[in-house]
Write a protein that binds this ligand. Structure first.
Ligand SMILES: C[S@@+](CC[C@H](N)C(=O)[O-])C[C@H]1O[C@@H](n2cnc3c(N)ncnc32)[C@H](O)[C@@H]1O
Length: 438
């Protein structure tokens, strides 16, 4: 990547002069010039039409990897430039033609201080989107099948990845780069950098719940080839059960939302709970549960210590949980792992339902796969969810778990064979263990 990180590779000959000046000033960490040059909306996130370089990328990329020649002043100048850009509305998750956000560049170049600024900018943006009631799509489980940017697509395909998941949304919700560069393209007919479009709402809950599913070879996939659940997650499920039921005592009350392949329910069942409730909404998963060779069919339900103690609730958790609240059900351990839903639903669950459903000494956990196709998104969502959990009166402890990436390293290969999108790319899973504050 070294040559590709040079200024000549990043600021193309086609770059409009105004953009070129801003990029060059950002590259040189000349914060004063950056401030003077940025005097209109969107300019802090202008992009080279060919490389997608933004001033935010440039300010980070020009630092290169740490070297003996670095001085504290260099770093300070870089920080100052980044601050300046953020002040003027630079966007944390704009991607370039190598499918990298500024944070991805900082991470790759091992620049933790600058990476931290990118994460903080992402957290601020996501909290704001949350207040405005619309989260940006941050990858995780979903499908992207829009038109793909020419250059980015090529770069992504080289390493087997699909098109990037991130979207670049300006304050007004517009696609920023297109807005800034579009007019010039019409006049000059220059190639225009096309950032990826927002994730197609294909795998939204209702569509997913109507999709055809296939259970095969250690995975559950929908008819679009999205991995709903995969056997490689077994260790995560194991450690989640251990975290939710640390005493390993029998007789606990357990609620699991999202049956999938029944991996975690099998583990919960082995702990001999006194109550084991499962909520599942997909008709084909429910059919699978009631099939003769299922461990969770009617004979399991009737084997509970009392009527209704072991039960599969059919329907969406959004409705079933209201019923559970009405019934006064309370649990020692609650796990949440659905599919096709965005972060707003997870937040809704722990804000509106956990306070009523979880025993005061109980433990809540969820599958933490948000933004897991990109380290910076994962880190942003760790912080965002931690803040929202605290708002909901919950403390969260994160337990790091190594993920064996051998069979997960390449899209379409190994465990990803037959699965459309590599929704997990990280070596460390952050397992959340949530308890009531105080
Ligand atoms: C990722 S899988 C769960 C995997 C599970 N943890 C395991 O160990 O096999 C997600 C499950 O949530 C279900 N689901 C999705 N949306 C739901 C909803 N709104 N209510 C209840 N279940 C839902 C899906 O049908 C799917 O079975």
């Amino acid at each position: 990547m070294a040559d590709q990180d040079s200024i000549s590779a990043r600021i193309s000959p086609n770059c409009p002069p105004e953009t070129q000046r801003i990029l060059t000033a950002a590259w040189a960490h000349d914060a004063d010039s950056v401030r003077k040059l940025i005097d209109g909306p969107g300019q802090a996130s202008c992009q080279d039409p060919q490389t997608g370089e933004t001033p935010f990328h440039a300010a980070i990329r020009s630092c290169g990897p740490p070297s003996e020649d670095d001085t504290p002043e260099d770093l300070e100048a870089a920080r100052k430039t980044v601050y300046e850009l953020l002040l003027w509305g630079a966007i944390w998750n704009d991607v370039d033609d190598h499918n990298e956000t500024p944070g991805c560049v900082a991470h790759r170049l091992r620049r933790p201080e600058l990476y931290g600024l990118c994460v903080d900018a992402g957290v601020r943006a996501e909290l704001l989107f949350g207040v405005l009631d619309g989260y940006e799509e941050l990858g995780s489980e979903g499908e992207y099948e829009d038109e793909e940017m020419e250059n980015g697509e090529a770069a992504a395909e080289e390493d087997g990845d699909e098109a990037p998941q991130l979207v670049s949304v300006g304050e007004n919700g517009q696609d920023n780069a297109a807005e800034v560069e579009g007019e010039e393209e019409e006049e000059a007919e220059e190639p225009t950098f096309q950032p990826p479009k927002p994730e197609d709402p294909d795998v939204k809950s209702e569509i997913y719940l109507r999709s055809k599913l296939t259970y095969s070879d250690g995975k559950l996939v929908d008819d679009a080839g999205n991995g709903v659940m995969m056997a490689w997650e077994t260790e995560i499920m194991r450690q989640s059960v251990d975290a939710l039921l640390p005493s390993k005592e029998a007789g606990k009350r357990v609620l699991n939302i999202g049956f999938g392949m029944g991996i975690i329910d099998t583990m919960f069942a082995e702990t001999k709970p006194s109550r084991h409730h499962i909520i599942e909404a997909h008709a084909e998963v429910l059919e699978h549960i009631s099939s003769p060779d299922s461990k969770f069919g009617s004979s399991w339900e009737s084997a509970g210590p009392e009527p209704g103690a072991f039960k599969v609730y059919q329907g969406k958790w959004q409705e079933v949980c209201l019923q559970l609240l009405e019934e006064g059900q309370v649990y020692d351990a609650i796990y949440f792992d659905t599919f096709g839903e965005d972060y707003s639903q997870l937040r809704k669950f722990f804000t509106e339902f956990i306070p009523g459903l979880l025993d005061s000494d109980g433990i809540f956990g969820f599958f933490n796969g948000l933004g897991a196709d990109r380290q910076i998104c994962y880190d942003v969502y760790t912080k965002v969810s931690e803040m929202h959990l605290a708002d909901a009166g919950l403390d969260v402890e994160w337990k790091d778990i190594d993920v064996d990436m051998k069979a997960l390293a390449e899209a379409g290969k190994g465990d990803w064979e037959g699965v459309k999108r590599r929704y997990w790319t990280l070596e460390t899973y952050r397992l959340p263990i949530c308890t009531f504050l105080g």
